[in-house]
Write a protein that binds this ligand. Structure first.
Ligand code: SAH
Length: 252
């Protein structure tokens, strides 16, 4: 195998997988998504590795670079932020590689919505509150199907992790309330989770817009809306003394 599509993780260079790090150390060619990948992670690269930032490349340029490298018998790592399966635009790259008969492997990564939970020290799935996590985004240049509008997803009142939308926060809040979330529902915004400049802002739907004004929060931020952020909840059955499961007998 010569081509690896690798999840770089959310920012902290130690949050790449062991396998991803090994591949980065071995790669002859690294093409990284420079708009989001923390360049610090390139410290794992060989000194003589060829490094390209795909932020300034088109899809055909990326694929041509991979093809050219494979033809020269070089090993290529295509590095994406977080996990490449989430808003990574990798499908079109993988489909083009398949068309060219270039084999590749995908190595998953820690997505930013999970680094966000870690930053918040929060479980997203609390009994009686929410057992579902919705990963979504507001519509931007990329259209979102109508049936997946924030307004309609809000009806479920599950934990929502909203990507790519912090610059449209007013709109997000309006849609969530219109969809059924109480204005007092807690919301958290985590800017650059796991980076040194990580910042957390907590508020409610009705106060968040005012609260983030002047905070200098850029696009690299996650919005989490959920009653799990502020709640009394039932204890999980997994650790309940009277509850037995495959690995533990119930106490008498
Ligand atoms: N594949 C990536 C997401 C790419 S889309 C992943 O799995 O995380 C880019 C969006 O991800 C940003 O707009 C932001 O909403 C979110 N994001 C990426 N890195 C982040 C981080 N360190 N902290 C918070 N949000 C982040």
């Amino acid at each position: 195998m010569q081509v690896f599509i690798v999840g770089a993780g959310p920012g902290d260079p130690e949050l790449i997988t062991v396998k991803g790090q090994r591949l980065l150390r071995e790669a002859d060619v690294i093409i990284y998504a420079g708009s989001l990948v923390n360049p610090d992670i390139l410290k794992w690269a060989r000194e003589d590795a060829e490094i390209y930032n795909s932020a300034s490349m088109t899809l055909p340029e990326v694929i041509d670079k991979i093809t050219e490298s494979v033809n020269q018998n070089k090993m290529v790592v295509r590095l994406h932020t977080g996990d490449p399966a989430i808003y990574g635009a990798i499908q079109e790259q993988m489909d083009e590689l398949k068309r060219r008969d270039i084999e590749f492997e995908v190595v998953p990564g820690v997505s930013s919505f999970l680094a966000t939970a870690a930053a918040l020290k929060q479980e997203y799935t609390l009994p009686d509150i929410s057992q579902t996590v919705i990963i979504t985004r507001n519509e931007g240049r990329t259209p979102v199907p109508d049936r997946e509008s924030l307004r309609s997803l809000a009806a479920h009142q599950s934990t929502m992790c909203i990507f790519l939308s912090v610059h449209m926060l007013d709109d997000v809040v309006r849609e969530l309330i219109a969809g059924g979330y109480a204005p007092t529902t807690p919301i958290a915004i985590v800017h650059k989770a796991s980076w040194p400049e990580q910042k957390i802002v907590r508020a409610t739907l009705e106060t968040i817009v005012e609260r983030v004004k002047g905070e200098d929060i850029s696009r690299t931020a996650m919005i989490v809306v959920s009653n799990v952020l502020d709640t009394d909840y039932s204890l999980s059955r997994l650790y309940a003394p009277e509850f037995s499961h495959m690995f533990r007998k119930a106490s008498e």
